[in-house]
Each structure stands twice: as C-alpha cells, then as structure tokens.
Design a binder for this molecule. Structure first.
Ligand SMILES: Cc1cc2nc3c(=O)[nH]c(=O)nc-3n(C[C@H](O)[C@H](O)[C@H](O)COP(=O)(O)OP(=O)(O)OC[C@H]3O[C@@H](n4cnc5c(N)ncnc54)[C@H](O)[C@@H]3O)c2cc1C
Ligand SMILES: NC(=O)c1ccc[n+]([C@@H]2O[C@H](COP(=O)([O-])OP(=O)(O)OC[C@H]3O[C@@H](n4cnc5c(N)ncnc54)[C@H](O)[C@@H]3O)[C@@H](O)[C@H]2O)c1
Length: 450
C-alpha cells in the first residue's frame, strides 16, 4: 500500500512527538512513524521519567517492587499524552514499525510505502555497551533493562560517571545496593569547572574511580561475576552481582537507509542551523543529531524544525539558554556558554542563611559575565539548585545584566538569595569606585548629614 503525506516524522520519542503535535496544530497533514506502539521514546520509558521517579522514591522506601510499581504508574500516566489514540485524535496518522528510506522521498514501514514532501528524522539513541572480553547479556543492565530487574543486586559496578551513572548510581546506593563507579576519563565531570567537580566528588557520597577500564568479565556462578579492571595502569579484580553500563548513547541511524538519501552523517546526522540535513527537505532533531542529548534540547529543535517546514527557513537553532542538570543530591547545574566570558563571580552556601540552616555551606553558584555585565554562563551545585538557577537562564534570554538580579525583593530565607549576593557584589564594586564615593560624600555633606 502506498500513502503520501505533507510531512512524515520518523521516531515518536520526545522530539518527534513534539514536532508532530506542532505540525498537526498548524493544520499540516503529518504522519509519525514509531518503531513500537509505546510511543514516548527513551525519556518516558527508559530515561528521564523512570530515573527521576527512582531518585524520588529512593528517599521514601527501599522496597524495589514498590519503586517499580510507582515507576510503572508514572509512565502510564504520562503515556496517555504520548499515546497513539491521542495523536490520532489531534489529526495525525500513526504508523507502527521501523522506517527505512528507499530514496530521499520514500520510506518503507513493513509492507507499506510512504512518501512525503518533507521529513523529520527523530530516531533518538540507545545505550552504548562497550566491548569487554567475556561479557554476556545476563551479566549487565543498561537504562533500558534496569527498571525491570527482578531483584536488586547486592553489589553493582557502574561503568560511566556521567549523568546516567551518577543519578542511577546514587539512587541505587540509597536503596541498599553497594555501588562502585568506574570511568575511563582522568577528569571527573570534565565539562564542568574544577571547583564544582571537586565539590560533587566530595558530596555525592559515591565510590568513584577515574582512569579505570573494565577489560574482562567472567561468570563465577548465578549471582557472581568476576571483573578485571585496570585503574591508572594497575589491574585489580572485583566480584559483583551486576554491571550497569552508563557509558553514553549511540544514535539510531543504522538500518535507517540513510545511504539512499544523500544525508551526511558519521556517528550522528549533520544538520545546519535550520536543522536541515545535507538533503534539504529532510530535517533532523533530538539525540540523532550533533547537539546536547537532552529532552528539552530535542523539544527546542522540534519547534525550530516544524516552524521552518511550515513557514520557510526563518528560525535558527540557538542553545544559549540551554541548561543541563544532573538530578543527584546535590544537583549539578550548567547553563550553556555561547560567548566569551570576561569575568566569573561566585557565592557559596557559607554566606547564605538558608544554606546554613540546611547545613549546605559547600553549595556554590558561579555566573560568568561579558564586558557589559551581561550573563554568559552559569554553573552551580546544591540541593534543588536547578530551580533557583532557572532565573539566571531567564535573565540571560532577555539580555539583561547580572545586576538586574538585585532588583527583586527576595523572600527570606531562600536559596535564591545566593543570586542576589552575586549581583550585589558587582553593585558594591560600582558603589566603591572613588568617583562615586566622592559624589556620595558631597551629597551627604550638602544634605547636612555630616
Ligand atoms: C537514564 C537517562 C536519564 C535521562 N534523564 C534526562 C533528564 O532528566 N533530562 C533530559 O533532558 N534528558 C534526559 N535524558 C536524555 C533524554 O532521554 C533524551 O535526550 C531524549 O529521550 C531524546 O529524545 P529523542 O526523541 O531524540 O529520542 P528517543 O527518546 O530515543 O526517541 C526515538 C524514538 O524513535 C523510535 N525509532 C528509532 N528508530 C526508528 C525507526 N527506524 N523507525 C521508526 N521509529 C524509530 C524509537 O522507538 C523511539 O520511540 C536521559 C537519558 C537517560 C538514558
Ligand atoms: N539529568 C539529565 O539531563 C540527564 C540524565 C541522564 C542522561 N542524560 C543524557 O543522556 C545521555 C547519556 O548519558 P550518559 O551519562 O550515559 O553519557 P555521557 O556520555 O554523558 O557519560 C558517559 C560517561 O561514561 C564514560 N565512559 C564511556 N565509555 C567508557 C568505558 N568503556 N569505560 C569507562 N567509562 C566510560 C565517559 O567517560 C563518560 O564520563 C547524555 O547525553 C546525557 O546528557 C541527561
């Protein structure tokens, strides 16, 4: 059977569904193709939603079956919004099956042949499992299998100290699993400044080993595997029950027939700022392209791609207000830096009363500004700090100055006062300039106060 649509979106994860719903709302004849009937992709089924539910539940109970039930409930509740019936209701056609390009205008989905004027590729990514001698399927979990584990392992090694390894590692440790994390990098959180990374290393309360590579796995019995790990050149053996791979993702571009389309790609698809691939009527968004692999990045990209498809290429993707958060305790926050930083100002929890009452003096916020005191970049570490820091992203999006953070009256005692503290540092500096001091003294004398 052959069918034609104005636009076909390939992949019904967060990014693809956002684009599909937006196009449908504009009255475009849009179809979405998803590999399986449970739409919603990684974020809903194996990523953000189960991991954040696990992090939350780990503070309330150590009962794995209770946690799993809650994860299933939360997914089911959100799934309604991403379901096939809802997408059909808003006027889109849904095809279930794996799409493969036949040429740049046609795809096959099972026996069906579909054509479209424009395409959006949003096929996402899947966990990367490094090749390790002796590794068999039953020895390890990834984020795709972890939440369905029949029972909690007693001891688990996590490979990868990125966001997945840290969030899942900390949550599992909180519910009683003995966790050891290994990462082949020599620097912890290498994209963060060293002071933030050092505080994280101290406060996450995780056993993290850098410069470490898992080289061999051997099954000893039903519940034990022996692992050979080379740490800083020294080989050691560890006996655990399970491995969790949190070693990054690989883009779902294989089996997609990209070679039939003229699209340029290597490990991910190349796109221009309008989010077109090198075959201009095919756009690509989400984890499958060379941008930060985050749900909200995919959402922002979907908005750009769908408006460019509907109205012409007027919008360029802009990540200047894109923040990423590692939702551990404490949270680790970073607001993308897109311009040159002239100066960095910082404040620590030791100077803010609410961090004192909450016994978190080590909390740290750093804000980078340009020569005109406009916000360029921010980093922070502290419990629930992401909510506080989103005010900085808002301010950056308006092009306002750092000192604008001193304008509102802050409720006392809140963690947000840390932003006012940083802003006040700059205001105080201005006030202490000799020329201003002379002027102030003159005014005070003239008013008869001295
Ligand atoms: C454990 C974990 C926690 C995370 N937590 C966060 C978080 O807190 N915040 C955050 O912003 N990000 C988080 N992420 C990242 C986030 O999950 C991804 O960035 C996001 O899911 C990517 O969305 P996507 O739509 O690009 O791809 P996906 O969600 O991977 O969706 C792709 C869809 O395409 C389908 N598909 C694939 N190939 C084909 C094909 N050939 N034909 C048809 N359909 C196909 C797949 O079945 C899937 O439904 C987390 C990731 C992990 C692993
Ligand atoms: N809170 C969030 O926003 C959130 C949470 C989880 C995941 N994510 C996103 O999902 C994606 C995947 O996250 P991730 O943490 O798996 O990937 P990542 O690439 O961010 O981190 C993977 C870590 O594993 C290490 N590693 C890779 N191969 C290794 C090996 N063979 N041996 C030892 N260490 C190895 C890397 O050095 C790195 O530190 C990322 O893009 C991330 O941003 C976001």
């Amino acid at each position: 059977m052959k069918k034609h649509h104005q636009v076909i979106v390939i992949g019904g994860g967060a990014a693809g569904l956002y684009a599909t719903a937006g196009l449908a709302r504009l009255g475009v004849d849009v179809a979405v193709v998803n590999a399986d009937a449970n739409m919603g992709g990684d974020c809903l089924h194996f990523g953000c939603v189960p991991s954040k539910t696990l992090l939350h539940m780990a503070q309330e109970t150590t009962e794995w079956t209770e946690i799993q039930a809650k994860i299933r409930d939360v997914i089911a509740e959100i799934q309604v919004h991403d379901s096939v019936p809802r997408f059909e209701e808003i006027g889109t056609t849904v095809y279930i099956g794996k799409a493969r390009f036949l040429d740049a205008h046609r795809i096959a989905v099972g026996e069906q042949e579909l054509s479209a004027k424009k395409f959006i590729i949003a096929t996402g990514s899947r966990p990367r499992v490094p090749s390790v001698a002796g590794l068999e399927d039953a020895m390890y979990e990834t984020n795709e299998t972890l939440f369905q584990m029949a029972k909690l392992p007693r001891k688990m090694v996590v490979i990868g100290a990125g966001p997945v390894g840290l969030e899942l590692g900390q949550a599992l440790q909180n519910i009683g699993v003995e966790i050891t994390i290994f990462d082949h990098n020599t620097e912890f959180l290498k994209h963060f400044s060293r002071d933030i990374a050092d505080i994280a290393l101290q406060k996450l309360n995780l056993d993290i080993h850098l410069n470490s590579v898992l080289t061999e796995a051997t099954r000893l019995n039903k519940d034990e595997i022996s692992l050979k790990i080379t740490e800083s050149g020294v080989e050691k053996t560890l006996i655990v029950e399970k491995i969790l791979f949190a070693a990054g993702q690989i883009a779902n571009i294989d089996m997609l027939g990209l070679e039939q389309t003229g699209i340029a790609y290597d490990t991910k698809i190349d796109t221009n700022p309008y989010l077109q691939t090198t075959t201009p009527h095919i756009y690509a968004i989400g984890d499958v392209i060379k941008s930060p692999s985050l749900t909200h990045a995919g959402g922002a990209e979907a908005r750009i791609a769908l408006t460019n498809i509907a109205f012409g290429n007027f919008s360029k993707v802009n990540y200047s207000t894109l923040a990423s958060v590692i939702y551990t305790k404490p949270e680790i926050y970073q607001l993308a830096s897109t311009q040159k930083t002239n100066r960095i100002l910082s404040a620590s929890g030791a100077n803010i009363d609410r961090f004192k009452t909450d016994n978190e003096p080590e909390a740290l916020v750093k804000i980078g500004i340009d020569t005109k005191a406009k916000i360029v970049h921010a980093e922070a570490i502290g419990t629930d700090i992401s909510t506080v820091m989103q005010q900085v992203a808002l301010l950056k999006s308006t092009g306002a100055k750092l000192t604008d953070l001193s304008k509102p009256i802050y409720p006392y005692p809140t963690k947000s006062e840390i932003l006012k503290n940083i802003s006040d540092q700059l205001l105080t500096e201005k006030l202490e300039k000799p020329i201003l001091q002379r002027l102030i003294r003159k005014i005070i004398k003239w008013r008869g106060l001295s």
